[in-house]
Write a protein that binds this ligand. Structure first.
Ligand code: PEP
Length: 221
């Protein structure tokens, strides 16, 4: 199995810089203790600069990026993120589709116009795909974590699409994550699955000890 990747998606949390610093320090602490897993922390743009000064072992992520540089009110470009040390960017999250009407075309532009121009085969090892059923996201009413069987099926399906596009050898380089109500209680049942390279963690990444427990479980694989 590849080194598991655990991505913390803080969404629009926390409310204060002070809390963000506490969360980032904790994620960094657990990343240093449990080095068997790669950890990425994706805070809101607001806290990226402060969090960048704390993370060393854990990598810095962002929750979105715009497709162009220039005079776009409220938007953030890839170059700005890179200059702050951002190594990962989440694009196409379902919450943007649902609340802001982000379309496939917009997601496509964000990918193609930024560093992954045309996604060359050799760059596929830098691509991470997260399968995250909307109904499993912890903030959705009646959210329920997916079953391991269903997650395996979905990820196999997604890898099949990549294989047809790029060939199996290259498709296998892409890391595939499960996301949706991942907690310290259920993380292991996903991390252990064939074809699952890690987890995208929302709510539980805001609970320092629980997030540490998830990192520790991932590190043990
Ligand atoms: C997410 O929405 O990206 C997510 C992982 O959420 P949660 O873990 O809270 O379901």
């Amino acid at each position: 199995m590849r080194k598991p990747l655990i991505i913390a998606n803080w969404k629009s949390n926390p409310l204060t810089l002070k809390e963000a610093v506490v969360l980032a320090r904790s994620a960094e602490k657990y990343s240093k203790i449990f080095r068997g897993a790669d950890v990425v922390v994706a805070p809101p743009f607001l806290f990226i600069s402060a969090v960048s000064k704390i993370l060393r072992q854990a990598k810095l992520g962002a929750q979105d990026v715009f497709w162009a540089e220039g005079p776009y009110t409220g938007e953030i470009s890839l170059r700005q993120l890179k200059n702050l040390g951002v190594r990962y960017v989440i694009v196409g999250h379902s919450s943007l589709r649902m609340t802001l009407g982000e379309t496939d075309e917009m997601v496509n532009k964000k990918i193609k116009k930024n560093s992954l121009k045309g996604v060359k085969k050799s760059q596929l090892e830098r691509v991470v795909v997260a399968y995250e059923p909307v109904w499993a996201i912890s903030t959705m009413p009646g959210a329920q974590v997916d079953t391991p069987q269903s997650a395996v099926r979905a990820l196999r399906y997604l890898r099949g699409i990549l294989s047809r596009m790029y060939g199996k050898k290259y498709a296998d380089k892409v890391k595939m994550l499960y996301g949706g109500s991942v907690s310290a209680k259920n993380a292991r049942q996903f991390l252990i699955l064939p074809g699952v390279d890690g987890a995208l963690v929302g709510g539980a990444s805001l609970r320092p000890q629980e997030f540490g427990e998830i990192i520790s479980q991932a590190s043990a694989f």
